[in-house]
Design a protein around this ligand. Structure first.
Ligand code: CDV
Length: 317
């Protein structure tokens, strides 16, 4: 028996700082329509799909960061996307910067929502693994200041019964951490969606000098972590990039749909707006779930005395 959901990964090319919200939403609507014409029931957009990736800059005035954020979802700017999706009966994952008042405080989160085929929000996730720094980087290696603007997500890793299965969400840097996939798959996730904004180049310091990582490594690691997450947790993984040169920084593409075998079954070939689709059969991992990755039968959950320690802290010798 099969249980197929046809999923589209809707990669975005760069979004310039000056681009209007109406222009960005029009691009998302165009991608949504293309996904629909390809027969998709669910579309996954990138992380922070409603603005340029503003955490590349260090702003002192909070209003500068707030200008890139959404204080309601949906809101009048984004409503055309919700309306068109409901008209076409197609669901979507949408990443954005969230500005909210909670517990008497103004807070920002790097957020994504999952919207059903009728345009209703099914669930929300707030990014847990925030990369980068809080303050300007004198070495010039850092190109990410998410810790300056966002709080660590406070919604855990929820899963949702939707699109004929159990689905979960994560955002960008979350995909590099095995806990992300495991927390979701322990709750039954069969399909995990992940939008990302990731530089094509990565700088490091060697003997006090700023050096580039070998060019093949960032795209290799991008796929490596998602393919491993898919295989080790018997899940489909949909990884969707914001790609191309955005405000002087090159983001990698590599948008892809990964089967629970770890195989990439569809992949974008450009660094522009582009849709790729695949039939994701949520039943294909059933055999592996019952054998190699039968968590109940085979997973060893003892702590070994070190699992909650930080690196370098010797708990046992
Ligand atoms: N937006 C991200 O989370 N980017 C990180 C970079 C900064 C390492 C990533 O993991 O792709």
């Amino acid at each position: 028996m099969s249980r197929v959901v046809r999923v589209a990964a809707a990669q975005l090319g760069p979004i310039a700082r000056a681009e209007t919200k109406a222009g960005i939403v029009a691009r998302l609507v165009a991608l949504l329509r293309q996904a629909h014409s390809f027969g998709a029931e669910l579309v996954v957009f990138p992380e922070m799909a409603l603005s340029t990736f503003f955490p590349r800059w260090v702003f002192d005035d909070p209003d500068e960061a707030n200008a890139f954020c959404e204080s309601a979802m949906p809101n009048p700017d984004v409503q055309p996307l919700f309306d068109e999706a409901a008209r076409l009966k197609i669901g979507f994952y949408l990443g954005y910067a969230e500005l909210t008042e909670e517990e008497g405080q103004t807070r920002r989160f790097n957020t994504t929502v999952l919207v059903d085929r009728d345009g209703a929000i099914i669930g929300k996730y707030r990014k847990i693994h925030l990369p980068g720094r809080k303050t300007a980087d004198p070495t010039g290696c850092a190109g990410n200041f998410e810790k300056r603007y966002f709080e660590v997500g406070n919604l855990g890793f929820p899963v949702f019964r939707a699109f004929g299965g159990v689905v979960g969400m994560c955002i960008c840097n979350d995909r590099r951490w095995p806990e992300t996939y495991r927390a979701l798959s322990l709750q039954g996730a069969e399909l995990i969606m992940c939008g990302y904004n990731t530089g094509s180049q990565r700088f490091g310091m060697v003997d006090g000098a700023r050096v580039l990582d070998p060019a093949h490594l960032p795209p290799f690691h991008n796929h490596l972590v998602m393919q491993a997450g898919a295989y080790q947790n018997c899940c489909w993984v949909i990884g969707v990039a914001k790609a191309g040169f955005e405000e002087g920084v090159e983001f990698m593409g590599g948008t892809c749909i990964i089967a629970p075998t770890g195989d990439i079954v569809a992949q974008a070939v450009t660094t522009s707006d582009e849709v790729v689709v695949a039939n994701c059969d949520l039943e294909v991992s059933e055999h592996n779930r019952r054998t190699t990755f039968n968590f109940e039968a085979n997973r060893q959950i003892q702590d070994y005395g070190i699992l909650t320690a930080q690196r370098g802290v010797v708990v046992k010798v």
